[in-house]
Write a protein that binds this ligand. Structure first.
Ligand code: FE2
Length: 200
């Protein structure tokens, strides 16, 4: 399988808020909160205008020809390990193939991908905009891993994936774009800005 991630030269989103302060000062804002477990981590969904500057949102349209749909924020505490790996699915139950991810701080965790297994997954719904199917890690075979870090990186989300945490608390922004659904669409759209074709 081709590697399920690509480094890019895409400009990281210009934030208009102090993201950690915004989320932690009121973790349960209506429509944004998915999960918040102070000891483990949190997942939030933010509208583009809440998190990104108007300039950066216009820049993505003009430079890349894409419109930001939403931003998923994933926070995990050091060494927190979720027991399953999941695939992303959309509101219509179709696989959702990609995202543009980067971390706020230096990253010592690894995103890990697995082959899609034969057995049926368990459905989970963490929020209106964060639904997925998952499998226990022990039932899966790893196929790739990558430390995402602060460089915007395209990641594949329609095969099982999870994060192996390390000693750093991790805040990751995952941007999803309107009109893009499949991993191939993400690759094709950002083809000119992919800077690393190495196999994982
Ligand atoms: Fe995911």
């Amino acid at each position: 399988m081709h590697n399920p991630w690509r480094r890019t030269s895409i400009a990281p989103g210009d934030l208009k808020i102090d993201l950690k302060d915004y989320l932690l000062s009121d973790p349960y804002r209506p429509g944004e909160h998915a999960i918040y477990m102070p000891e483990a981590g949190g997942i939030w969904t933010l509208q583009p205008n809440t998190i990104f500057s108007k300039d950066w949102l216009e820049y993505t349209v003009n430079e890349y020809g894409v419109k930001v749909d939403l931003a998923q924020i994933f926070m995990r505490k050091p060494y927190y390990q979720h027991p399953g790996a999941h695939v992303d699915i959309d509101q219509e139950d179709n696989l959702y193939g990609g995202g543009l991810n980067w971390t706020l701080d230096p990253d010592d965790a690894e995103m890990v991908w697995y082959d899609t297994p034969e057995q049926d997954p368990v459905y989970t719904q963490r929020s209106h905009t964060d639904r997925n199917k998952e499998w226990p890690l022990e039932s899966l075979t790893e196929c790739a891993r990558c430390t995402i870090g602060k460089t915007p990186t395209l990641v594949r989300t329609d095969i099982p994936h999870t994060v192996d945490m390390n000693s750093n608390e991790r805040w990751l922004i995952s941007v999803r774009f309107t009109w893009l659904k499949t991993w191939d669409q993400y690759l094709n759209t950002f083809n000119n800005w992919i800077i690393n074709e190495e196999l994982a």
